[in-house]
Design a protein around this ligand. Structure first.
Ligand code: HEC
Ligand code: HEC
Ligand code: HEC
Ligand code: HEC
Ligand code: HEC
Length: 219
């Protein structure tokens, strides 16, 4: 039987097949890198919000306390989002006709909460609570970055498992006196190693073994 393909054609086929493999390989590597990247983690990205709310303006410059809007942060698992009437305590007096605030007025009129796009989130299979962290002297800035400087809110940290575990293995350097939890300009004192050790005892922080056991965050 005569050869269907010449010898050179055979070599060409091999070259093309190999080339296709290399291209496919590169494609998967790129897709993998993308999936692991911060871009995919939505850190440092600001989703389009119904109202361009600024923490820099309200929390940073006007100095409104986080708890004024995130009322349940100390008492429950969720910090919660402000009800529309909270915005209206001020915006029924100032910027009353601003187009930017139309969705706020509409939300109040229709008695329907504003549909904020979430930036900070963990998957459903992860158990997280705010109250315990605040009670044990972990500041908002540890997990949310400089919210008080954000004109539009973005996620400052990727909430990967490693992020949680790094602190749960050794919380001491992250601890501060409870009443400094909302202070974004707090600087650790020169004796911060001793302070960390003291607060570990004072707040009766659990052992790293307990805090890193799977059941703490997956239950
Ligand atoms: C005047 C009300 C107000 C104050 C004060 C305020 N926030 Fe907010 N916060 C909001 C609103 C509204 C949103 C939803 C829109 C957005 O993401 O910007 C939000 C969103 C957030 C989010 C993102 C949550 C998510 O999953 O989308 C974090 C984190 C947050 N706030 C932390 C803080 C911290 C920390 C402080 C104190 C420094 C603070 N906020 C003060 C109103 C407020
Ligand atoms: C130990 C890390 C950590 C600390 C400290 C922390 N947060 Fe959060 N925060 C998170 C995580 C994780 C989520 C996402 C929770 C989820 O998906 O259910 C979140 C979500 C939020 C949200 C969105 C609404 C909600 O309740 O899910 C707001 C608002 C918020 N945090 C505000 C605050 C404020 C204000 C403080 C400081 C008083 C604070 N956080 C301290 C980790 C933290
Ligand atoms: C304690 C009073 C107060 C509360 C509560 C408040 N604001 Fe404001 N807001 C202000 C002031 C003051 C300004 C700035 C007006 C100026 O600079 O001319 C402002 C400005 C704004 C602006 C214009 C853009 C900017 O940041 O300058 C938007 C949008 C806005 N607020 C949205 C909201 C939303 C949404 C809420 C509720 C989650 C809210 N505000 C709650 C006082 C408040
Ligand atoms: C900066 C430090 C820090 C970070 C980051 C942190 N934690 Fe914690 N976490 C603590 C401390 C301190 C405690 C309190 C331990 C205790 O009660 O003794 C705690 C307690 C908890 C508890 C309650 C444990 C119990 O049995 O009472 C859960 C659940 C938890 N963390 C989940 C998470 C998750 C999920 C993340 C990541 C999204 C996270 N934490 C990130 C410091 C941190
Ligand atoms: C301090 C909290 C915490 C503890 C303790 C913890 N996890 Fe996780 N885990 C997380 C968070 C947060 C995520 C979500 C990561 C993400 O969204 O990328 C996660 C994700 C996972 C996933 C999904 C795949 C992945 O890696 O993203 C698996 C599987 C998992 N954890 C297994 C475990 C096992 C097994 C243990 C015990 C050895 C454990 N976890 C202990 C917080 C924790």
């Amino acid at each position: 039987m005569p050869q269907i393909f010449s010898r050179t054609a055979d070599t060409w086929f091999r070259a093309i097949a190999l080339g296709a493999l290399v291209v496919a390989g590169c494609f998967f590597l790129a897709a993998f890198a993308f999936a692991r990247s911060q871009y995919w983690d939505v850190t440092a990205r600001t989703p389009l919000q119904p109202v361009p709310f600024s923490h820099k303006h309200h929390a940073g410059e006007l100095g409104i306390d986080c708890r004024y809007c995130h009322t349940t942060v100390e008492t429950s698992a969720n910090a919660g989002f402000p009800a529309t009437h909270v915005c209206m305590t001020c915006h029924s007096q100032i910027w009353t006709n601003a187009a930017m605030l139309a969705p706020v007025r509409q939300s109040l009129a229709e008695n329907r909460p504003i549909d904020w796009h979430r930036v900070a989130r963990v998957p459903d299979y992860v158990y997280f609570r705010h109250d315990i962290h605040i009670a044990k002297g972990i500041a908002c800035v540890e997990c949310h970055g400089r919210i008080d400087r954000m004109p539009l809110t973005y996620r400052a940290k990727a909430f990967e498992m490693k992020f949680c575990l790094d602190c749960h293995r050794n919380p001491a350097p992250h601890l501060r006196p409870r009443d400094e939890v909302y202070n974004f300009d707090w600087k650790p004192p020169p004796n911060h190693v001793a302070l960390g050790r003291m607060l570990m005892a004072e707040y009766r922080i659990k052992s790293p073994t307990q805090l890193t056991s799977c059941g703490t965050c997956h239950r």
